[in-house]
Design a binder for this molecule. Structure first.
Ligand code: 13P
Length: 338
């Protein structure tokens, strides 16, 4: 296993002031995003949209890596440069989502298990050859009256660990993503407990599978109130609960924690990350790997028109700059207006 390369790539992914752009929407998900702006999800439209993000002047100041979908990793910019080469030339690490999605877990109503392990070793080799240097696998944990079950947490933790071990074997840094969903009316306290238990199981399995913790990155949810909970915890409480939860369950040898935005607005996802970093030093870098929160303003500004590309790039750069400032705890409301 090329240990030094794994460690240096993982550290580059969580470099100070920068974070990760999750642009790895699967075909059904990107269709949903395009439907919201009345744009048809054709291969060319998907290529143009991703191309405008990757070509945004200066975005690499705030973005250390990009997670792509299989199709995108094989696509090219307008001048014919393959996307992984374009990103690498800007000092941005190209990555790839390798799971095949969360499917219903047989026998466990309303719970999911992520598929995609069969044949993964061969796919990883090809992704490395195409220029990817990191991978991502998302597991989904749902909170409900009687769920999550311990069985569902264990099954997903096991799959995450197998994915992580295979990725490192192939020289790719795994982003391990156990997402406790914000859907539901649960309190922030319940989210904290479920997130803590989930992370404990995930790290038990990662160690059992002999995964090098220094050569991986964790991508979790923040600890927040359920979307439909009557009492919504504020930014300060979210930051305190999230940091407390991770101190209890994430080894200090993990170089960085890159949060997903999970349906939080762009502004709230920025404020929450900022509050955590404003608390002072932590054992790991606290960073971002946002999909919706980094893209929603750019997507709306673009609206599928090439005449809007500059406007969309400006919106994307602005959000990346705000979240980049949140990496230092230096984001302010005034930056929103700028
Ligand atoms: P969101 O930030 O939109 O939750 O997406 C991140 C991601 O990659 C989910 O797998």
């Amino acid at each position: 296993m090329p240990t030094d390369e794994l460690i240096s790539v993982a550290q580059a992914m969580v470099a100070k002031g920068r974070g990760i752009l999750a642009a790895d929407e699967s075909s059904p998900t990107i269709k949903k995003r395009f439907d919201s702006i009345n744009v048809e999800s054709t291969e060319e439209n998907r290529r143009s949209y991703r191309g405008l993000l990757f070509d945004t002047p200066g975005f690499e100041k705030h973005v250390s890596g990009v997670i792509m979908f299989d199709e995108t990793l094989r696509q090219k910019a307008a001048d014919g440069t393959p996307f992984p080469d374009l990103l690498t030339s800007k000092g941005v690490v190209p990555g790839i989502k390798v799971d095949k999605g969360a499917k219903p877990l047989a026998g466990f109503p309303d719970e999911k298990i992520t598929e995609g392990l069969d044949g993964l070793r061969d796919r990883l080799k090809e992704y490395y050859d195409l220029g990817a240097r990191f991978t991502k696998w998302r597991a989904v944990i749902t909170i409900g009256h009687t769920i999550p079950t311990g069985f569902c947490i264990d099954a997903n933790a096991h799959a995450l660990a197998r994915f992580a071990a295979l990725s490192q074997e192939a020289g790719l840094v795994p982003i391990v993503e156990p997402e406790v969903l914000m859907d539901g009316s649960h309190t922030i306290e319940r989210c904290e407990k479920v997130t803590e238990i989930t992370l404990n199981h995930v790290f038990f399995q990662l160690m059992a599978h002999r995964v090098l913790l220094e050569g991986m990155v964790l991508k979790p949810n923040m600890v927040i109130s359920g979307k439909d909970c009557d009492v919504q915890a504020g930014v300060h409480d979210v930051a305190e609960a999230t940091v407390r939860c991770f101190r209890r369950s994430v080894p200090a040898s993990v170089p960085g924690i890159v949060f997903l935005s999970g349906g939080q607005s762009a502004k709230l996802a920025t404020q929450n990350l900022n509050a955590m970093n404003a608390m002072g030093d932590h054992p790991w870098e606290l960073s971002f790997s946002y999909g919706r929160a980094l893209q929603e303003e750019a997507l709306r500004a673009w609206a599928g028109k090439s005449s809007n590309i500059a406007k969309a790039q400006k919106a994307f750069y602005h959000r990346a700059e705000c979240v980049g400032a949140a990496r230092y705890g230096k984001y302010t409301d005034a930056m929103e207006a700028a």
